[in-house]
Ligand binder design. Structure first.
Ligand code: UD1
Length: 431
């Protein structure tokens, strides 16, 4: 078991390079299956979920090669429309292969996906969307099967009852290979969906309304070879912004996609951070003097505050001064990190979907365990503000989404290191 050790109370200074976005690269990798040819992706992060998605694509007959940050996917000989059970269990994103499998093979199957323990995470919106395009869906013994039937998929109007990110992506990918035009109303507007649409456009699909809640997708019979750059990860950038706010100091977040971090930057400013967005689009200068001020916020679909950064900002609030109130509206179980923060001396009361955080004395050292990806990163952020050594176990979760959180923070002067253990214990899923 690997453990991260942090000796906090050391301010951060310097530059941290922000990796490519996990939540953007995974659906784009899935979409590459639609094309009987070669897709080249640049700025790909070297994270566990990417390796897992490469494994899934290879099991389907694709050939994947990762050279540094450049990933080549040759899907010309893909012929097995099934996500192997072991890999589906490791990553909830495996469900996003359903749309591409339907588009490419006219059928597909996966086990009910795994995932971080942050709520019930149903997939009803994915399935009803695919059904609306003409797929038959069958659920039996933990396996989801989809089949397009002899006529293939046909575009039509679909209204989503909730702007689910994954369901939007699945429907967009299936629609990109369907006959005719699909109008998707109530689509999620997360920047990662914009990235997926831009990729599909580059590969040959016609998509209008990108960035809005209403997408018009006209399917494409033949896709083309594409070279595509994955944008910087707004959640990783927000995590390191949280790290500066917890530890104090001044850091250039190089490659942070400021234009997609409005809610995050607004909250950071309210809590006392100095934020300067570089005009050349190169990133964000973030600074913090003293402990963070209290603030209240609620998570919500984009452009609301991202649920993926809720636990990080809870850690910042717990290390700060004054009373903060946090509401989680997206995933009901996303407060599990609060209990671990309490082990570091945080004062947090959970009442349903609301957390009351009372910043008092500085956090103290202790042993804590990451229960999910972003919760694990939040514990590292808390460790940077603690008086005494913090040990975070369950680091396999963190590796799913951060290339090397210790390397990045050490780069800015943090006293942090990984004690490698036998196995990587994180299960898949996302957050
Ligand atoms: C994606 C992100 C995840 C982020 C989340 C919300 C990836 C790989 N993961 O997850 O990091 O936290 O968006 O921004 O991009 N829901 C249903 N039925 C469905 C689908 C979802 O009820 O069929 C509900 C979920 O239970 C949850 C809410 O919708 O309460 C949001 O889920 P969704 O937007 O689908 O998140 P994911 O795509 O799983």
């Amino acid at each position: 078991m690997s453990v991260i050790h942090i000796q906090g109370m050391q301010s951060l200074n310097g530059t941290i390079l922000i990796q490519g976005s996990k939540n953007a690269v995974l659906p784009v990798m899935a979409a590459s299956l639609l094309h009987r040819g070669v897709t080249v992706l640049t700025n790909v992060p070297g994270i566990q979920d990417v390796f897992c998605m490469m494994g899934i694509l290879e099991s389907m007959g694709c050939c994947c090669r990762l050279d540094g940050r450049c990933l080549t996917i040759d899907a010309s000989r893909a012929d097995r429309p099934r996500v192997p059970e072991g890999l589906a269990g490791q990553m909830r994103s495996s469900v996003m292969l359903l749309g591409p499998m339907l588009g490419r093979f006219g059928e597909g199957a996966t086990s009910h996906p795994g995932g971080c323990l942050i709520g019930s995470r149903p997939i009803d919106l994915h399935l009803s969307g695919l059904e609306a395009l003409g797929a038959k869906v069958e659920l039996a013994g933990g396996t989801v099967r989809v089949e397009a039937g002899p006529g293939g998929l046909t575009g039509r109007e679909i209204a989503l009852g909730y702007p689910s990110v994954g369901a939007t992506e699945n429907i967009v990918m299936a629609a990109a290979a369907a006959r005719g035009t699909t109008v998707l109303i109530g689509a999620a507007r997360e920047p990662e969906i914009e990235t997926l649409c831009r990729f599909l456009q580059a590969a040959g699909a016609e998509i209008r309304g990108i960035g809005t809640g209403c997408l018009r997708i006209t399917g494409c019979a033949r896709f083309r070879d594409t070279v595509f750059a994955i944008p910087g990860d707004r959640i990783v950038a927000g995590t390191y912004l949280g790290a500066v706010m917890a530890a104090g100091g001044s850091v250039f977040l190089k490659g942070a996609p400021a234009g997609h971090m409005e809610a995050n930057l607004r909250l950071a400013r309210e809590m006392g951070a100095g934020i300067r967005i570089r005009e050349d689009g190169g990133g964000i200068d973030a600074s913090m003097d003293g402990r963070a001020k209290a603030a209240s916020f609620s998570t919500g679909p984009y452009p609301g505050f991202p649920t993926d950064l809720q636990s990080v900002m809870m850690a910042v609030a717990a290390a700060g001064v004054g009373r903060s109130r946090i509401q989680e509206t997206v995933f009901e179980n996303r407060f599990s990190t609060a209990k671990e923060l309490q082990n570091l001396g945080a004062h947090i009361i959970i009442d349903g979907r609301t957390a009351l955080v009372d910043g008092r004395s500085p956090l103290r050292g202790g042993k804590v365990r990451a229960a999910d990806l972003r919760g694990g990163a939040a514990l590292v952020v808390a460790g940077l503000a603690a008086a005494g050594e913090v040990e975070v176990s369950g680091c396999g979760h963190i590796r799913r989404g951060y290339e090397d959180i210790c390397r990045d923070l050490k780069e800015a002067g943090a006293r942090i290191w990984m004690e490698e253990g036998a196995a990587c214990e994180g299960r898949g899923g996302e957050s």
